[in-house]
Design a protein around this ligand. Structure first.
Ligand code: ADP
Ligand code: MG
Length: 321
């Protein structure tokens, strides 16, 4: 059986990158980070608990990817560049058959974004994975939730709802053919954090949030934080490739109330439309304009002909679900 320290050095300790912000990595009481001059640190934690955020038999490689991806998504939503992360892990047993694929999935994504694992904690217990990410952002350039302005366009990156559709199929609430399920499930298991887009939107977008609990609730956080309201065109919302084939009522429900999308919802002044589109192109992600920020509080939904639509909105909440 592996000891705690063998486990850390075999699966998690890697050489530091040249030019990294890490002055001291895994092995001491603390890691040491040196942010670039003129930058702030953006810091966020997200925890994944077996049985709550993932199934007991979840593929370990995909889980390693996902637990870092959801944290990188928070940095993306702030416009921050990832620099480092810590990993707190509770494991029922030190099983190499699980640790090997888990650390490979985790560290492959970390490498892709130049985000170094600089420390953590390891303990025995029910499988729980808690990551804290550190990002860097020039002073005053963070994309905050309280910065939306009346008249701003509302934009969404990529597409919404396929992860929720895969969950519905897993729960036998509806049927998908094997190929469709595979495509939709990729969105659930392998989310792509929109880091390049978040960084490209610095100085262009006003407010941003990542859509993790459903668009209606997450946009709601921007509206509350910024003390504004919004009008959203349901027919403009970008449905996932598999969700597009479903009836409109289900499409709208899963896009507004779904979750696990990890797309960015952001606002930007209408005179910056061209800049938004070129930032998206530079980042290699599509963006869709779905609405407008208004003075009247609350979220108003319309169809493509500007007729009001009334739908039940319920974003995900761990203590009311
Ligand atoms: P402490 O006793 O100070 O909590 P530990 O003995 O738990 O330190 O950890 C030893 C070193 O290994 C520390 O630098 C810690 O940050 C790092 N570490 C522990 N667990 C992990 C992990 N899961 N991933 C990365 N680094 C870890
Ligand atoms: Mg410890």
């Amino acid at each position: 059986m592996l000891s705690e320290f063998e486990l850390i050095s075999r699966y998690f300790k890697r050489p530091l990158h040249p030019g990294s912000r890490t002055a001291l990595g895994i092995g001491d009481d603390c890691a040491l980070l040196t942010p670039a001059p003129g930058c702030q640190l953006a810091i966020s934690s997200d925890m994944l608990v077996e049985g709550r955020h993932f199934f007991a038999q979840a593929d370990a490689y995909a889980l390693g990817h996902k637990c870092l991806a959801v944290n990188l998504s928070d940095l993306a939503a702030m416009g921050a560049q990832p620099i480092a992360f810590t990993l707190a892990l509770a494991l029922p047993a030190a099983e190499e058959a699980w640790l090997e694929p888990f650390s490979s999935g985790l560290l492959a994504l970390a490498q892709k974004y130049g985000c170094e694992l600089i420390g953590g904690d390891t303990t025995k217990g029910p499988l729980t994975i808690s990551i804290t990410v550190f990002g860097e952002i020039p002073l005053t350039q963070a994309l905050r939730r309280d910065a939306a302005k009346i008249g701003d366009d509302i934009w969404i990156s990529g597409s919404l709802g396929d992860a929720r559709l895969a969950l519905a199929a897993y729960r036998h609430e509806l049927h998908l053919d094997a190929e469709s399920l595979h495509t939709a499930a990729q969105r659930m298991h392998q989310p792509a954090p929109r880091v390049a887009l978040g960084m490209a939107l610095r100085g262009i977008a006003h407010a941003a949030i990542d859509v993790s609990d459903g668009l209606s609730g997450d946009l709601g956080h921007i509206l509350q934080g910024s003390r504004v309201g919004a009008c959203v065109d349901l027919d403009a919302l970008p449905a996932g490739t598999i969700l597009q084939q479903q009836p409109a009522a289900l499409r709208h429900d899963f896009m507004l109330n779904g979750g696990d999308d990890y797309e960015l919802c952001f606002t930007a002044p209408s005179h910056r439309r061209e800049q938004v589109l070129s930032a998206a192109e530079q980042a290699g992600v599509e963006v869709t304009r779905v609405g407008i920020i208004e003075a009247t509080p609350g979220l108003r939904l319309v169809d493509g002909n500007d007729n009001p639509v009334v739908l039940t909105l319920h974003s995900f909440d761990h203590f009311s679900a």
